[in-house]
Design a protein around this ligand. Structure first.
Ligand SMILES: Cc1ncc(C[n+]2csc(CCOP(=O)(O)OP(=O)(O)O)c2C)c(N)n1
Length: 568
């Protein structure tokens, strides 16, 4: 069958199972937009900025485990995707981005809206393609989706010149056949000698600790993680993206580690005699000072990407493999174990942390972020998909909204991309239409991508937006308070009236200033089948504790004093 390049592309996307793509048209991608009119089964969501499209594809992917798709024109359209690609790259999220390019004959002439997009995106994609003939499209699409979703997932970009989109070629069906990619191996099971070494360390450990990351969620190893922890009596700490890897209410789950993690986790890491790191990458936000990191422990690290092993932290047993497969290899060989003395130390640290919890002793009039998040958790029965932006509210979400299920807490971890939360929540809602989705954002980050309010309205996306409005770039203000003598330069924000803004977009809204209104705000949000915006006016100068200063030893946290105690 003779089809145009654009038609072939869309045929392949449909055969690949793509249901929705997020995008924005322009000259160099117009043939493909025109071809979309023949394929109404492929839903296109018109965003208001291409960055929003990339984050929506990302949120869709994180929420569904499927590959998210975004599409943009050449030049500025394509470069507007870059932040979203980098965000997905850092967090290993499988997306495919399609961009129009100037026609083949114009490449390299500085033609109108020409950018070397494969060059620009090389470091922020797992792989990228410049397609030079329509006949190549099926193979490129098949490879791109395979790369995006397999092994360590990541973003893949396909750049298609305008005349390749209009060129006709014979379409022989999709998929093309078995892929031949000899340079690309996807690890699965681990070497049995490595498993034996790991088992030996686990059996001998007195103070073992599991560090669970995004890889646990992505490989679908949550049941195996739980089994390992319960069988060997090992407590579990989570990275930010590891939230949901084990139910946070599980007695062995200690919560999040790292810069704003629960103090118990950081103390336990520093005192452990064995760390079992699963699908996490020892980011500086979780290790603090590498020279003093967990000084007395043996370390086992399992990751699907061999380049992660011994990258930041030298380990005793490094295992390359798919986590679910590797844990399935380990579990049958393990005896049932318990570590009562270790667990007692942990309970003592937890007790101490509880005494410092702001929720137990804050008596101020003004609403605080911790109360908002904790009440959102309570009134959504801890069961919503929350998509946070970046800043204090993000860390409060991680601390005060325990998640019971995987892929229900989505956030930009590695890149820390402000502006991610709201569009990613829209993408998540497309992926999981039956779930309650909340975007939890700060007043700063929300303003970076708030143009997507129009997208949410146009598509009637049932997403609830919670803005924690402190009138500041809160997390930066916190650093200025602690490290820059309270010189609040360039952090106070003059904000629009968010409720009036919502009204301009025909979106219902509510402003909350007191804690006793939070329950009503959740009921209000739930009563509206479409986008809704709730502004929570919170204390301007709240602090998120504990805090490990950048580069400090992990257990040298700045902590909130206990009631009656002077500042530590
Ligand atoms: C795109 C981008 N620019 C700058 C930063 C640096 N940054 C990190 S947190 C933060 C403040 C966020 O403020 P807000 O969105 O109001 O959230 P809050 O911290 O007050 O909860 C800034 C500026 C960033 N992470 N991303």
């Amino acid at each position: 069958m003779q089809l145009t390049g654009s038609e072939i592309l869309l045929e392949c996307l449909i055969a690949e199972g793509v249901e929705v793509m997020f995008g924005y048209p322009g000259g160099a991608i117009l043939p493909t937009y025109d071809a979309m009119t023949k394929y109404p089964q492929l839903r296109h969501v018109l965003v208001r900025h291409e960055q929003g499209a990339s984050h929506m594809a990302d949120g869709y992917s994180r929420a569904s485990g499927k590959v998210g798709v975004c599409i943009a024109t050449s030049g500025p359209g394509a470069t507007n995707l870059v932040t979203g690609l980098a965000t997905a790259m850092m967090d290993s999220v499988g997306i495919v981005a399609i961009t129009g390019q100037v026609s083949r004959g114009s490449i390299g002439t500085d033609a109108f809206q020409e950018t070397d997009v494969t060059g620009v995106t090389l470091p922020v994609t797992k792989h990228n393609y410049l397609v030079m003939s329509a006949a190549e499209i099926p193979l490129v699409v098949q490879e791109a989706f395979h790369l995006a979703r397999s092994g360590r997932p990541g973003p893949v970009l396909i750049d298609i010149p305008k005349d390749v989109q209009t060129e006709k070629a014979e379409f022989k069906g999709y998929p093309v056949g078995k892929l031949k990619m000899p340079g690309y191996q996807v690890p699965d099971a681990a070497d049995t000698r490595d498993i034996a070494e790991a088992l030996d360390l686990i059996k001998r450990a007195k103070r073992p600790l599991i560090l669970a990351g995004h890889g646990v969620v992505m490989s679908g190893a949550t049941a195996q993680l739980r089994e390992l922890a319960e069988l060997a009596g090992i407590p579990v700490t989570l990275t930010l993206l590891g939230k949901g890897a084990i139910p946070e209410e599980h007695p062995l789950c200690l919560g999040m580690m790292g810069m704003h993690g629960h103090a118990v986790c950081n103390f336990a890491i520093q005192d452990a005699d064995l760390l079992i790191a699963l699908g996490m990458r020892f980011d500086d936000r979780v290790t603090g000072n590498l020279k003093t990191y967990s000084p007395n422990s043996k370390k086992i690290h399992v990751d699907i990407d061999p380049s992660e092993l011994n990258k930041n932290v030298k380990v005793d047993v490094g295992i390359t493999g798919d986590l679910r497969t590797v844990l399935t290899q380990i579990i049958p060989e393990l005896p049932r174990q318990s570590h009562p003395e270790w667990m007692q130390m942990i309970r003592d640290w937890q007790e101490d942390g509880n005494e410092r919890d702001i929720l137990t002793h804050y008596t101020g009039e003004k609403l605080i972020g911790a109360q908002v998040i904790n009440d959102l958790w309570r009134f959504t029965e801890g069961n919503a998909i929350t998509v946070s932006d970046v800043g204090q509210h993000q860390m409060l979400e991680a601390q005060y909204y325990p998640h019971q299920r995987p892929s229900t807490m989505l956030t930009s971890g590695g890149l820390g991309t402000m502006g991610f939360g709201f569009p990613a929540a829209i993408g998540a809602k497309f992926a999981r239409p039956d779930e309650e989705v909340w975007a939890i954002v700060g007043d700063g980050g929300f303003q970076m991508t708030l143009a997507e309010l129009a997208t949410a309205r146009q598509e009637n996306v049932d997403v609830n937006i919670a803005i924690l409005n402190n009138g500041f770039l809160g997390m930066v203000r916190q650093w200025q308070e602690i490290f820059y003598d309270q010189r609040y330069h360039a952090t106070p924000m003059v904000n629009p009236d968010f409720c009036k803004l919502a009204e301009a977009y025909d979106i219902p809204s509510m402003r909350v200033t007191r804690r006793d209104q939070i329950e009503e705000s959740v009921a209000f949000a739930r009563s509206i089948k479409g986008p809704v915006l709730i502004e929570y006016a919170i204390l301007k100068e709240e602090m998120v504790y504990p805090m490990v200063p950048a580069g400090a030893d992990l257990n040298k946290m700045i902590r909130r004093p206990k009631p009656g105690e002077s500042k530590s």
